[in-house]
Design a protein around this ligand. Structure first.
Ligand code: PLP
Length: 459
């Protein structure tokens, strides 16, 4: 049986006439799993309803922001109330002060923060600050880490770049590509020898705090602390990208898991870190380390377009008009976005993180049981409450590992779940996202469909 998707199909046909591939972000086109993407008409709690009236349990959550579920009444009311007071001022407003105070309170390394409109803008701006601060050009990134579609950071990026097996992007100049050095994730020796050879040219290392755009890869123990130490010894900076992990992996993002353990508001990890199938263990807090700059997005806007970058005050004060680094935005600090973000933070208390951790681990067990029963090779990896499922036997530690999985089996699993009313990320390289609206009943709905989906994957 296949679902009647005639409305979505005709919308997709219309879209393709005027929007490249019919979508405004590549992975939405279902390119790697095939078929027509359902056009979403509405969403509430853990559920999506498409234009043909089918209901799905959503495990995408708009790729991370909807941590309290869709159309959360408190968030919607806050946005409605803010909208009544005006949509954008292009001038300072209270909400942006309040939300940045919230960020600074929750994340220890943040002394000053600036708001932007997306994660891409956040990483692009952090990079600019790092280059200005050091007077150096070169940036080091890791294969499989995605930092948005910043020219300098597209080489061997994960996410959509992985989904479509692209090495990078056309349209990035040679000069830009030359200033980006890509290393295998987790490879301390590669980092050490690069810094021995070219340390004096390197402005910054940028890394996802925990990679989650090639599927979820648990960082090796103390790896981020090692990167900070290596960068600092050479006069370079460390930028940890918490656009995806921020306020999701734990209350303090991944820094709440692998940052120093003593003190710090909200630093208690809500979930451990490791591989669900038993191979991993939670890294201890390690040395007293901190990134120089951090980037955020997704959760902090509660579903509206927001990003943020921040860190050491001396670095952030390089921004215009205090300093020489230009960075600006017509809609930055938008009152609706800050209202949505603040209302989201209001719902993110210890109980919310405890629930997210429980739901995430229940779902991991259900998926592992279903796939094991059907004899489908798989490994589930976590970073706090974040997890993803790889269709291969061995743990994934690098981008090469992540690419070496049975994407066809994933495609069959994906479509069987979709038909059964469960909407997974349409790519084998993405994390699965749960929300506080994923209650027992919702998890039961997923549990009902998993055995058949696992059998489909096994075919
Ligand atoms: N950095 C990371 C780690 C991300 O996961 C993403 C998006 O998925 C970005 C940056 C880019 O954010 P945006 O899509 O808001 O530009």
């Amino acid at each position: 049986m296949t679902l009647d998707e005639s409305t979505s199909e005709s919308l997709f046909d219309r879209a393709k006439q005027v929007i490249p591939a019919g979508v405004n972000s590549p992975v939405r086109a279902f390119g790697s799993v095939g078929g027509t993407p359902p056009f979403i008409a509405s969403a509430s709690g853990a559920l999506l309803t498409d234009a043909d009236g089918h209901e799905y349990v959503d495990l995408v959550g708009s790729w991370g922001p909807m941590i309290l579920g869709h159309a959360n009444p408190r968030v919607v009311e806050a946005v409605r109330e803010a909208a009544g007071r005006g949509l954008s001022f292009g001038a300072p407003q209270t909400g942006e002060v309040s939300i940045v105070e919230e960020l600074v309170r929750r994340v220890r390394p943040l002394q000053k923060v600036r708001l932007v409109n997306s994660g891409t803008e956040a990483t692009m701006s952090a990079l600019r600050v790092a280059r200005a601060a050091t007077g150096r050009d070169v940036v080091v990134k890791f294969a499989g880490c995605y930092h948005g579609h910043v020219d300098a950071l597209l080489a061997e990026a994960g996410s959509g770049v992985a989904t479509f097996a692209m090495p990078g992007s056309a349209g990035v100049t040679e000069g830009t590509a030359r200033d980006t050095i890509v290393l295998p994730y987790g490879d301390r020796d590669a980092v050490t020898s690069l810094f021995a050879e070219r340390g004096g040219e390197i402005a910054a290392i940028i890394t996802e705090a925990a990679p989650a755009n090639m599927g979820v890869v648990t960082p090796p123990e103390h790896f981020n602390a090692f990167l900070a130490e290596t960068a600092h010894a050479a006069g370079a900076l460390l930028i940890t990208d918490e656009v995806l992990t921020g306020f999701r992996a734990s209350a303090e993002g991944y820094y709440g898991i692998d940052g120093p353990t003593a003190g710090g508001a909200g630093s208690t990890p809500a979930g451990g870190a490791g591989t669900a199938d038993g191979a991993g263990s939670a890294p201890a807090g390690g040395s007293d380390w901190a990134p120089d700059l951090m980037t955020f997005g997704k959760v902090i806007g509660g579903g509206l377009p927001v990003g943020a970058f921040g860190g050491r005050a001396d670095l952030m004060d390089l921004l215009a008009p205090l300093g020489p680094v230009y960075q600006a935005g017509t809609l930055s600090g938008n009152p609706l976005a800050t209202a949505a973000g603040l209302a989201t933070f209001a719902g993110l208390d210890d109980a919310a993180y405890a629930q997210l951790a429980r739901t995430s681990s229940t779902l991991q067990s259900l998926v592992a049981d279903a796939l094991s029963t059907a004899g489908v090779p798989h490994v589930i990896q976590t970073a706090g409450t974040l997890f993803s499922v790889f269709f291969r036997e061995q743990p994934v530690t690098t981008y090469d590992d992540a690419k070496d999985q049975d994407t066809a089996a994933f495609g069959r699993f994906f479509h069987a779940l979709l038909e059964g009313g469960v909407y997974l990320p349409p790519s084998a390289f993405e994390a699965w996202f749960v929300s506080t609206a994923h209650d027992e009943q919702i998890v039961d709905r997923i549990a009902q469909v998993l055995p058949a989906a696992a059998r489909a994957a096994a075919q």
